[in-house]
Every structure is written in C-alpha cells, then in structure tokens.
Design a protein around this ligand. Structure first.
Ligand code: GLA
Ligand code: ZN
Length: 688
C-alpha cells in the first residue's frame, strides 16, 4: 500500500481559507483595509495572498522601493489572526522597465516583438529581466522572511507562454547541442532529411513558427521541452533569490488546468516545495455538469500526483468568473461542494481569486468574497463564510491525512504533444484527456484512489497501472511496464500505444506495441480510423458496446481473446484481450470504446484485484466518493453533484465529521452538497 506524505505549511499547519488580496487599489481609502479585515474575520478567512502584480507599487522607479504600505497591511492582518502567502510580483512589469530594457518584452512565433501591456509578457531568457526580478524578490524576501505572518513564498503567477527572440533562439540551440552533440545526431533524431530540411549549421535551427518550420515533429517536441526547462530555469532564479534569504519558508507557484500541455508540470516537481493550482471549471453547463466534476477532480488528482502529497487550490472563484464564454453564477451549495471536492482529492486549501472585487480594469466583474456592495450581505459572502467554517472544523483531521493509492493512470504530457501533431489516423481529433477520463470515471465515482503520473515515475508501488493511448514511448518505459507485470502488477493498455520514440520516430519491426508484444500476448498490424458517427461494436458479458474513432487490427500470440469486433472486414479479430505474463496480467483494449464499457470493465477489474474503495456501496450517478486517511481514521467525502437528494447505503456505521451525528444504515446527501463521514480505523488498518 502506497502512503503519501502530507504537505506542510510548517509556519501555519492548518487548512488555508484564503485568496488574492490587492489592497494597493485602496491606498487612498485606508478605512477599506479595516473594513476588509473585519469582513475577512466574519468569512473565516485565515490567510491572504499579497504582493501579486504589485511591482509598480513596490518599486515605482528603478531601485526605489516603497514597502511601508505593505508592512502596514501585513501587520494589521496578522494582528487580526490572518497570515500571508507572499507572492513575488514578476507576472507583470512596471511601465519603467520596458522602455529602458526592450529586450524584456516577448517575441512571438512570427518574429514580432510585443509592446508593453498585459501580463506574462516577458522573455524568460533575458539577463536583464532575471536581474530585475532577482533584485525585487531579494528585497522583498529580506523585508518579510522574518515576519511571523509569512508562511509561504508564491513565485510569480501562472507561468505560461514562450518567447522566440534571438536570445531564446541562442539558448535553444545550445540546449540542442548539449542534447545531441552533433548535427548528424540531430538530423537523424528529427529525420530532417525528409523534404530536404537537413541542418548543416547550428545557426539554421529556429523555433517552430507558422512562418517557418512546423513539419519536423522532433523539433516541435524538443521546443516544447525547452520551453518547460526555460520556464523552470526562470522560476529557479526567483526561488534562489528567496531561498538564499530564507531557506525555511516553502515555495510554490500556481499552475493552470489544462495548461499542463503547454508546460510539463511534472517537471516542476523538484524545484517546488508544494504544488498549487487555479481551478476554474465551467460549472452548471447543461449536459456536462457531471463531466465538469469528473474532469476537475481528475485535475486535482493530477496536481496531487505531481509530488504525491497534498497541494493547495491557490485560486477558484467565489461565484462567477468574468472570462469564460459564459460566466455563470455558482448555484447555492456549489461553492462549498467545489471547495470540499478539492479537499477530498488532496487539497489543503480553498483559496480565491479575489477577496475584494476590483473597481476598474479588466477583472472588475470577476466575483469576489467582498463584492462591489462592500458588505457581508450577499449570497456569495454567506456561502464563503460557511465554507470557511467547515474548513476550520475539518482542519485538524484533514491537514495531515493522505490519499491511500493503489492505482495509477499514466498521463504523459509528451505523449499528448506527440498525439496532437502526429498527422496520423485521425486528424479530426484524438481526445487524449477524454481517453484518460474514460478510464478515470469508475474510479472517481466509487472512491478508488488513483494517481495520474507520467512515464518517468516509479510504478512498483501500484497494483494496477492504466496506460491509455500511450503513443509515444519515452525511453525505458517498456522495461518499466514489463517489470511491473513480471512482479505481479496488472497493466491495462489501449489502442495506438508504443508507436513512436521520444523524438517522434516510428519504431520498426513486428514487436508492436514496441517491445511489449510478449507482455500483451499479441502484435499490432494496422489501425483503422472511423468517421465521426461511425461505430463498430463488441459484446462483453452479454452487453454490446460501441467502438469508435480508432480500431486496431491485432494478431493474438499468447493472449486470451475474450471479445472480438462484430463487423467490418476485421469482424472476429480481437477487441479486448488478456495475457498472463510471469506473475502479472496485461489487458489490451484494441479500440476506443464508449464510456459505459469502462464503467463495467473497472467494476470487474477492481473487484478481481480487491482494490480498496472509499466505501463498499452502490453509488448513484452524479455522486462521487473520495477517501482521505489519517493515522487513526478514514474520512469519506460524499459529493453530490446533482440537483436532487441522493442516498447511499452505508457499509458500516459512520459519524458525520462536522455534526457528529451517527449514521448506521444510510446517508442522504442534499443537492449540490458534500458530506464528510468519519470512521475509526481498525487495529489492522492502523498497522498497514
Ligand atoms: C487567473 C489569475 C488571476 C485572475 C484569475 C481570474 O487564475 O491567476 O490573477 O486573473 O485568473 O479568474
Ligand atoms: Zn526571449
């Protein structure tokens, strides 16, 4: 059984109920700070994020610092029991920096340099920008590291984007030279002689551009890897600045939902002490209410898996955003439910953008804990306050608890990037995230804890490893999967796996998926693509399931073929197989199956493997169970994402962790609500 280590904000070991606070907007009205503090206390806010986007107020002119206004804010909050997450301001620059140092402004893929404006508009390579950021970060760290209110450094804000300036091109070429050594090796890895694009001088290498090269897939993959490394290097400059002043305060940076496909967040795991992310699902969208809950829970699980320990939900909106195509209000109950959903999947906080609604500029309509009314007399404020009360009540029981995981889904960012550009069987769309979510759904609903890790993680600790559509095999993954099965693990693979190597070169030979054909007991010859709306079918345990998008044509060698295609010229060929290999078992699903198949398949598989669930019970649709465990008790989060009450039969007596009411036979969750049911561990469970 894998046990994850709890995260720590050692200076303040509690669940955080917090948010971005930008008091610099109200410096001419000092009474606002005092009103806000009173309202924060009423809303059970125990922490704020300060400093974010405040560079112009902290260094209004070059090397001229004005920190006293911030001293006052931090002091007044702390006197009122509210601690600070200190955010370094590098996400947006002051006006003075750009005219003096034009190189800090970002260059687009088409070669145009941006003007000053917006945020995240900087070159990650520019030595000048590194220096200016180091100066302001060091000054801030020196000023605030010893303030007892400061519990965490928050580096910048939502790193993202890329720069194509000449400085960046140069560093990219150096990075490639280090990786490949010679141009011959690079030309081979990128197969650049195809179309006569052979490089004969390093200076010819240029980042991918709509005006230039995008046809060399190895170049595109390496550029994306470089952008991640370059972003981490930049972040490291900031981390070094604060750590050189105070190594004890942990650092984090806030990540974004699906941005993990622009930056490979798994690679951030060494540089940061804690993972945090900003969670903005489209709640209440007709037809995808439950899908949103699943996909957002899956992202929470991704974030927990990066370091395999609790994370922070650094931002979510108290009600509506102002930037989604339709920015909808959260219905009553949804806010508390969505924060507890994060906690259920391993978060140690509910934090908001924003604590007080701004009056002007581009986020003036984004909701906030304190709205333009300036009072506590709003539905949003009341629900936030109630959420804070719940977090406070749960804090001691949850803070040190862990997610007991036995299953992993391989979620590989490089694989996704390669699939996106593969120019292969289905350019109409290969929904990698959807493939992950199909495999995740049953586990999510039934409270079977699951990690989502990439190919570089160790698998020994898991009993079940699911590798959906793992088209790109990163070096060594085959051996790891083979060893996992040899040692008794159960592996699930699906179609279009093990096709290309790390630089997007196709594997050669009949050992397909690459060097795993004996583990799966089959080899793959062809893959058929289906038009949208077209389907083949298979029947398993008396039920028929649609197969869409991709259908692989495989030849069994040692595997048991227990389901076959129903139609087309490959009728009768394997659709689902099982192979015993050494001490373990490998299943292979040859086609993209409809979602209902995965629900039935994982009922059977988790039972066969005896995987631990949050509770042994039937879970109604739209309800999800999650489990967190401390040394002595189990907490089951019963999350009802539907707008009707839902009842589950209990497998043993529980006590409500919030009200202490005992439930023996059944528990009913109100619409859009989350119950937290506690049960003491048995002596046996404590030992494990
Ligand atoms: C992001 C940013 C915040 C704010 C919110 C609005 O997550 O980090 O500064 O712009 O979006 O939802
Ligand atoms: Zn640049």
């Amino acid at each position: 059984m894998q046990q994850q280590h709890a995260a720590a904000t050692p200076r303040f070991p509690h669940l955080l109920h917090s948010g971005d606070y930008n008091p610099k907007q109200w410096l001419d009205a000092p009474e606002i700070l005092e009103q806000d503090i009173a309202l924060f206390r009423q809303a059970n806010i125990n922490c704020v994020s300060l400093g974010i986007f405040s560079w112009a107020n902290l260094e209004p002119q070059k090397d001229h610092f004005t920190f006293t206004w911030l001293d006052h804010v931090i002091d007044r909050l702390y006197e009122n029991g509210i601690v600070t997450v200190f955010s370094m301001p590098s996400g947006a620059r002051p006006q003075w920096l750009a005219p003096e140092y034009p190189e800090v402004l970002r260059v687009n893929a088409d070669g145009t340099r941006n003007l000053f404006g917006a945020r995240h508009n900087h070159c990650y390579t520019s030595p000048v920008y590194h220096e200016r950021v180091q100066i302001i970060d060091t000054a801030l760290a020196k000023r605030y590291a010893n303030h007892p209110a400061v519990i965490l450094w928050h580096i910048s804000n939502e790193f993202g984007g890329e720069c194509h300036c000449e400085l960046c091109q140069q560093v990219f070429r150096d990075w490639l030279r280090k990786k490949y050594g010679t141009l011959d090796a690079l030309n081979h890895a990128w197969w650049s002689h195809f179309w006569s694009h052979t490089y004969t001088d390093w200076s010819q290498v240029h980042s991918p551009s709509p005006l230039g090269e995008t046809s060399i897939h190895g170049l595109v993959l390496d550029w994306r890897r470089f952008v991640t490394e370059q972003t981490i290097d930049f972040m490291q400059v900031e981390i070094d600045a604060v750590k050189s002043v105070c190594p004890d305060i942990p650092v984090t940076t806030n990540m974004m939902t699906h941005y993990t496909y622009e930056l490979n967040y798994y690679h951030f795991r060494e540089a940061l002490d804690m993972i945090s992310w900003d969670n903005y699902p489209e709640w209440h969208k007709p037809g995808s209410e439950i899908w949103a809950a699943e996909s957002c829970s899956m992202t929470h699980d991704i974030m927990r898996s990066i370091q395999k320990k609790p994370f922070l939900m650094m931002e979510c909106t108290p009600s509506a955003t102002n930037w989604q195509p339709v920015s909808k209000l959260k219905k009553p109950g949804m806010h508390t439910l969505s924060v507890l959903n994060a906690i259920a999947h391993g978060a140690n906080s509910g934090q908001y953008f924003q604590l007080r609604q701004s009056r002007g500029s581009c986020e003036k309509f984004h909701s906030a804990v304190i709205s333009h009314t300036g009072t506590a007399n709003t539905r949003t404020f009341r629900e936030v306050a109630e959420t804070g009360r719940i977090l406070q009540a749960l804090s001691d029981r949850v803070y040190d608890s862990v997610t007991p995981v036995q299953t992993a889904i391989i979620h590989d960012v490089e694989n996704k990037l390669a699939l996106d550009q593969c120019k292969g069987p289905r350019n109409a769309g290969l929904d990698y995230f959807g493939a992950l979510q199909n495999n995740y759904r049953y586990l999510w609903k039934n409270g079977v804890p699951v990690d989502l890790v990439d190919s570089t993680y160790a698998f020994e600790e898991y009993q079940l490893v699911i590798a959906p559509m793992l088209y790109l095999f990163r070096s060594g993954i085959q051996e790891k999967l083979r060893r996992f099965v040899e040692n008794g693990g159960t592996l699930v693979t699906t179609c279009f796996s093990g096709v290309v190597d790390e630089t997007d070169l196709c594997f050669l030979g009949e050992d397909t998926p690459e060097k795993l054909s004996d583990v799966l007991g089959l080899w793959v010859e062809e893959i058929d693509s289906l038009y949208d709306g077209e389907a083949n079918r298979m029947t398993w345990n008396g039920k028929s399931y649609a197969l869409t998008e991709l259908c692989e044509l495989c030849h069994p060698t040692t595997c048991e073929v227990f389901v076959t295609y129903a139609s087309d010229f490959y009728a009768g060929m394997p659709a689902l197989t099982k192979n015993s290999y050494d001490k373990g078992t490998a299943y292979h699903l040859c086609a993209s199956a409809e979602s209902g198949f995965f629900l039935d398949f994982y009922v059977a598989l988790t039972r066969t493997l005896g995987l631990k669930r949050a509770m042994e019970t039937h879970v109604p649709d739209g309800v999800s169970l999650s489990l967190r465990e401390s040394a002595h008790e189990k907490l089951v989060f019963v999350q009802n994402f539907t707008d009707t009450s839902q009842t589950i039969t209990l497998d043993q007596p529980y006590r409500d962790a919030l009200t202490d009411v005992a439930y023996t036979a059944a528990y009913t969750a109100a619409p859009l609500s989350c119950g937290v049911l506690a049960v003491e561990k048995t002596a046996d469970e404590r030992r494990r």
